[in-house]
Design a binder for this molecule. Sequence first.
Ligand code: NAP
Length: 309
Amino acid sequence: MAPMPIALAGIGKIARDEHIPALIDSPDWRLDAAISRSASVDGVRNFSDIDEFLADPGEVRTVALALPPGPRMAYARKAIEAGLNVMLEKPPAPTLTELRNLWSLAQSRGVTLYASWHSRMGAAVEETRRRIAEARLRRLRIDWREDVRQSHPGQDWVWEPGNLGVFDPGINAFSILAVILDETPHLTSCRMEIPEGRQMPIAADLDFATVAGAEISGRLDWRHDGDPSWRMEIETDRGTFALTRSGSAVEVDGAEISLDGSVAEYPLVYKRLAELVRASESEFDLRPMTLTADAFLIAERRVGAPFEW
Ligand code: NAP
């Protein structure tokens, strides 16, 4: 099948690190247009905003939106109203209602809406689901730590209302949790630390409960030195293991086991988008956003040391 033309909006860190390389290598897509206020991409048509692009979309029927969630919603609505398919980076929207309304709009216009969760594409997520399904889960500990200066260098939007602070990576853990467990656990406590003068948390401790009685807890922290540590330590009645590297690997007794078919996350995100567009279907899982919203609803908030880049 011939590759389909696609436009990419928001040419920032994740667009350059992941989206553009995945699209260049994709058998399903041909990057036709970039939409950016300040940047351009060589070898494609460049537009400065969504209105300018929608006035001249050419053959493009699909737009991937790699902007932060705040400005992304207006772009998504305009693209859907123009009859285009839309892929959303995570987190999909600033509020749940806006996301549901976007979903209704996409349904009514008959276009594909794909709320993507890249970490869920990690090579070890399915292996972890299988191991848990074949046993009785006793404990699961989320340990999601990274250096915000590395993952979001100078991006002040991460601290602004409508964005999630340390839950911006934390929601990736929730996106995995929602598919590896039969039951979505509910939060019972959340303690957030918010840097003085900022709006969003830099760290959080979480406790969850399940009807089946597993103990689930988590620590999200943006003050980590060095390489990120994105892990889940999992104890079942058949033994313990860890899901590591944000869903990419499984460790048993401290050693990674080999997995079949390991492919990087973003090529799989774009493969999934192609499947959805070709089948005229949508994919939209609210659970990671709902868990995040719950965390903000029940959080105890503590003001911590100021944060400067
Ligand atoms: P970023 O580097 O700040 O890039 C976002 C881009 O969005 C900016 O370069 C800007 O592009 C555009 N933008 C920002 N505000 C805008 C506005 N008001 N109107 C129009 N365009 C606007 O951020 P990022 O790290 O790539 O993150 C973007 C999304 O990807 C977030 O939802 C984040 O959670 C997700 N994500 C990030 C990472 C990561 O490691 N950083 C990993 C996975 C997913 P132009 O100046 O080109 O218009």
